[in-house]
Design a protein around this ligand. Structure first.
Ligand code: 13P
Length: 244
């Protein structure tokens, strides 16, 4: 049985004052049936982890492939772990686009995360032009093959399918489209990793909100969500946690 995971990605949002939302979330859902993860900006990882005290998991949004060194502005997996993180989002489409991250770089970052004992939440997903060209599965398959490291296990890697055109737009794929891609990802993982691939959690991400969470969670091979905007408010994210 794959344990369901509700993950929030705060992106470049949140100041110390925003931690009141985490307090409210934990107070409203003290014993959630699913695993709950919040990934704040790096500046808040330490404070959020201290506040959460293990009641929810805390993660970073990126890490450098190297353990340390002359890389101004970057953060290593060891630093995230030291700050209290247990997870790190890697290869988000915003980083692939804003920072020209390649599959090979995402794979190297994932290896660094695993080496430090962090769970890597590896993101894949097609652009609208790629979907319109009928290339969705080819793109997702290529990203999976290139971004997921050979040593991935069900315990150390989570895959998030986030169609780029659904992120922050209020548009979501049809449930059939989500099922098609998630079933494809499952088959690819089982093909490469065998039984271990069957245990890897697959999250859907892109305009998940309280109103559509339950129907998305009922889709085949959807083991949870990676939530952006709706993870910033305890009431919205709490409703998604409850739906899962
Ligand atoms: P939204 O939920 O704001 O569409 O963002 C999704 C996302 O990119 C999560 O990583």
């Amino acid at each position: 049985m794959r344990k369901k995971l509700a993950a929030g990605n705060w992106k470049m949002n949140g100041l110390k004052a925003s931690l009141t939302e985490v307090e409210a979330l934990i107070a409203a859902h003290p014993a959630p049936a699913c695993e709950v993860l919040l990934c704040p900006p790096a500046t808040l990882v330490s404070a959020m982890a201290a506040l959460a005290a293990g009641r929810i998991a805390v993660g970073g949004q990126d890490c450098h492939p190297k353990a340390s060194g002359a890389h101004t502005g970057d953060i290593s997996a060891a630093m995230l772990k030291d700050a209290g993180a247990s997870h790190v989002i890697l290869g988000h489409s915003e980083r692939r686009a804003d920072h020209a991250e390649t599959d090979a770089l995402v794979c190297a970052k994932s290896e660094a995360a695993l080496a430090e004992g962090l769970t890597a939440v590896i993101c894949v997903g097609e652009t609208e032009a790629e979907r319109d060209a009928g290339a969705t599965l080819a793109v997702v398959g290529r990203q999976l093959a290139g971004s997921v490291p050979a040593q991935a296990t069900a315990a150390t890697v989570v895959i998030a399918y986030e169609p780029v055109w659904a992120i922050g737009t209020g548009r979501t794929p049809t449930l059939e489209q989500i099922a098609e891609v998630h079933d494809f990802i499952r088959a690819e993982l089982v093909g490469r990793f065998g039984a271990e691939g069957d245990g890897v959690r697959l999250l859907y991400g892109g305009s998940v909100k309280p109103a559509n969470a339950a129907e998305i969670f009922a889709v085949s091979n959807v083991d949870g969500a990676l939530v952006g905007g709706a993870s910033l408010k305890a009431a919205d994210f709490g409703a998604i946690v409850a739906a899962l």
